[in-house]
Design a protein around this ligand. Structure first.
Ligand code: ADP
Ligand code: ZN
Length: 746
């Protein structure tokens, strides 16, 4: 009886499928081995859910092929089955789909590393064609055809042969068993990746606080136990060295380390540092700034166990490390950790889950914990390690607020007299200035003075952003890109001329050049630094003091090491506060605190000037007073009163469709079903909506929202399961996106 195997198909399918397994393949299939299985006559990617078992295979189709090589480490180690099962269940995604989504592009269905070379059998085979040894593949069979091909050209990759020989792995293994050929693995292609911006010397001794933190983390790594830590330390307190030291402990105990940062710029710094300390061949890197080929190469190197340290952005939380000793995740509050398509995971939450599954500690580092993290630590769900002192100096920056309501005339429309003078003073002292505005482009809208209409995106219910240098109107939601119109697209009026409305970083740079003609200005946003190379270039120009003033978006406030900054100006703090979102205050507080962290890192006190219309908001006052406890206390009170996280779990459900009516109908039907499920399962939960999304139409699709609020995540999952089951799948043309713990609801 051939063995039988359950697999998870890489498709929106919830139940496992069963297949028969050829005897040649059975020994090389383990949990999470990638397979090709026939579905309606076509080979599809699937993942083994266990090893093949003796069982009834009556009526079952056989597995077509095995994609992971015999003897080689798998692309997703078997050890991660538990982690992925829980991750997929948590985010309401089918397991096979979650697994496929975690692989870098191109690794889903192919095996770029494995090749076949005919070995010593070549001569024997040639002899057999002429003479007649026993047990050779009969002419005309698939095995004989494969050998014929290999005699013409060798080595060949499995992938090259698979289209003509769908069961190539089984064929090759049979031939190998008979001594007719040999299977080898092609070495991984290596590539050059980012260099460090500044060399950072190894510390001679840890600070007392660093040492105390390590004294907690070290035993957890050595004891192989799950312990979640919050490394709560102000900017410049030396958190990074704690990560480095934790990696060293993990490696010394023969295990691996995973270091995560929210964005590429920070990955570059960590990569440089870790390669410097541990050697370049010990560190693999995974982030979207790498070419797909390099990413695949890195993934394979990790899977083969060649690189015990992995540095990366959010997707690296799925890196194929089978023997993990520690996870360090920097800037845990950063919203870039949330993936907003396909599997909508949060890398911080996945890091916690993974550490639990792989029995290792996880270190969440931050100067400004997310409100949910802060509360979790307060409740004892995280062990807090405090770093309260800056390594190189103890001076906190001087924080000042400019109330824009009474600031008088603003230079260039955005610069108060106080901020302008401060810029001039700072640059005169030979120090640098960062000006922050979280809006790229020239202006967020172009408006027609005669009809009052804004130039809108044809596919979304949004204004297009004016990008003057590129001569383009760009939709920041769907990417629509068109030349700047000469006349108003709505009324045709051209005489009056279309007027920019609002402020973006491009405009700030342009106007500053006029206001401060002697200064060397730079810009850092997704337009000015669209690739890691450009980002590195701008950051190194800042580090080498080739720039006096840098205007930038959020990208600038993250933990880059920029020692020359004497002044940080926040042009409009209200930008963060006015978002229609319960996290607006948290975002504003974090932004202000992080921006402050950029000022005056080396010895001299820095200065921070915050321009705002709302100087009495608790996010502003707490940041100005360097009083995090005041902010968290007030914010937690508000969240408790309104029933928002951490006091409730949220699940966002978005329905999208080209037909407005069908989308609305499906949304009402689903909301009704969820409401019934809620009443049955957890009366304290609430189903809000359906309602058209704040961005009611995007990329040509109408969007409706339903929000599920639940006191516990298990109740939320149950309500969803039952509600979705009762409502049935959405009608064709309407798509349902489920976002567990959503960060934005638009
Ligand atoms: P954080 O990540 O908390 O913002 P960093 O890790 O960037 O802080 O450390 C700030 C600076 O202090 C860096 O230049 C780093 O090289 C230096 N540093 C960290 N730990 C030590 C130490 N124990 N001794 C001397 N310098 C240190
Ligand atoms: Zn658009």
């Amino acid at each position: 009886m051939p063995p039988r195997l359950d697999v998870a198909l890489a498709a929106p399918l919830w139940r496992p499928l069963s297949y028969a397994v050829a005897p040649e393949l059975a020994p090389i299939i383990r949990p999470l081995t990638r397979l090709l299985v026939p579905v309606r006559g076509k080979p599809r990617l699937a993942f083994a859910l266990g090893a093949p078992q003796e069982g009834d295979t009556e009526g079952l189709k056989p597995v077509s092929d095995v994609l992971d090589e015999a003897g080689a480490p798998q692309l997703i180690p078997s050890e991660l089955l538990g982690f992925f099962t829980r991750a997929a269940a948590y985010y309401q995604a089918p397991l096979g789909q979650a697994l496929a989504w975690s692989l870098p592009g191109g690794l889903g269905g192919i095996e770029p590393g494995a090749i076949k070379a005919p070995g010593r059998a070549q001569a024997a085979w040639a002899a057999w064609r002429d003479g007649d040894p026993d047990q050779a593949p009969r002419p005309g069979t698939q095995g004989a055809k494969v050998l014929e091909l290999l005699l013409e050209q060798s080595p060949r990759s499995l992938d090259a042969l698979r289209p003509d020989f769908p069961g190539i792995t089984a064929i090759a293994r049979r031939l190998e068993a008979g001594g007719w050929l040999s299977l080898t693995h092609k070495p991984v292609v290596k590539d050059l990746i980012g260099r460090p911006i500044l060399p950072e010397p190894e510390p001679e001794a840890y600070s007392d606080e660093q040492a105390a933190a390590l004294a907690q983390i070290e035993p957890a790594i050595k004891d192989h136990t799950f312990r979640p830590f919050l490394l709560y330390g102000i900017t410049g307190s030396g958190k990074t060295e704690v990560y480095v030291a934790s990696c060293a402990v993990a490696l010394a105990t023969g295990r691996q380390a995973l270091v995560l940062a929210p964005e590429i710029g920070l990955c570059l710094r960590l990569e440089g540092l870790l390669k410097e300390r541990f050697g370049p061949d010990k560190v693999a890197v995974l982030h979207s700034g790498l070419s797909p080929a390099v990413r695949r190469g890195q993934w394979l190197a990790i899977a083969r166990g060649e690189t015990p340290i992995v540095v990366g952005a959010r997707s690296a939380v799925f890196a194929p490390l089978a023997n993990l000793g520690v996870i360090c995740l920097d800037e845990e509050q950063d919203e870039s950790y949330k993936q907003n398509d396909r599997l909508r995971y949060h890398a911080r939450d996945m890091a916690l889950l993974r550490a639990q599954e792989q029995a290792c500690p996880v270190v969440l580092g931050t100067a400004t914990p997310a409100v949910t993290t802060y509360e979790r630590a307060r409740q004892g769900g995280l062990e807090t390690l405090r770093l309260t002192k800056r390594i190189k100096q103890a001076v906190l920056p001087l924080m000042e607020v400019v109330d824009l309501k009474s600031a008088g005339k603003l230079a260039g429309g955005f610069l108060s007299l106080r901020l302008k003078q401060a810029i001039e003073q700072t640059v005169a002292q030979g120090r640098q200035v960062i000006l922050f505005l979280n809006r790229r482009g020239f202006a967020p809208a172009l408006i027609c003075p005669s009809c009052g209409q804004r130039v809108g995106c044809p596919a979304c219910s949004l204004s297009l952003t004016l990008h003057k240098k590129k001569n383009a109107m760009v939709c920041h939601t769907c990417g629509h890109n068109a030349p700047i119109p000469a006349a108003c697209p709505s009324c045709g009026q051209g005489e009056a001329g279309l007027k920019p409305l609002g402020l973006g970083t491009e405009q700030v740079s342009e106007t500053l050049q006029q206001l401060l003609p002697d200064m060397r200005l730079g810009r850092l946003d997704r337009d000015a630094a669209s690739s890691p190379a450009q980002l590195r270039q701008v950051l190194s120009a800042v580090a080498k003091r080739e720039l006096d003033v840098i205007v930038g978006t959020q990208m600038l406030t993250k933990g880059h090491h920029l020692p020359g900054i004497g002044l940080v100006g926040i042009l409009l703090a209200d930008q963060a506060l006015s978002l229609p979102d319960f996290r607006a205050a948290e975002r504003a507080y974090i932004l202000l605190t992080q921006a402050a962290g950029r000022a005056g890192r080396e010895g001299e006190a820095g200065r921070v000037i915050v321009q705002t219309f709302d100087p009495h908001h608790h996010a502003v006052t707490a940041a100005l007073a360097h009083d995090p406890e005041a902010f968290y206390a007030e914010e937690l009170d508000e969240r408790r009163a309104l029933g928002y996280p951490p006091f409730a779990r949220l699940v966002g459900l978005r329905l999208e469709g080209a037909s407005e009516a069908a989308t609305a109908r499906a949304s009402h039907a689903l909301a009704r079903a969820l409401e019934q499920a809620r009443a049955k399962i957890e009366p304290r939960a609430a189903v809000l909506g359906p309602a058209p999304a704040p961005i009611a139409r995007a990329a040509g699709r109408w969007r409706w929202l339903i929000l599920l609020k639940s006191p516990t995540s298990s109740a939320a999952a149950e309500i969803l399961r039952l509600g979705r089951h009762r409502a049935g799948p959405p009608p064709s043309g309407v798509r349902l996106l489920v976002d567990v713990d959503p960060l934005s609801l638009i």
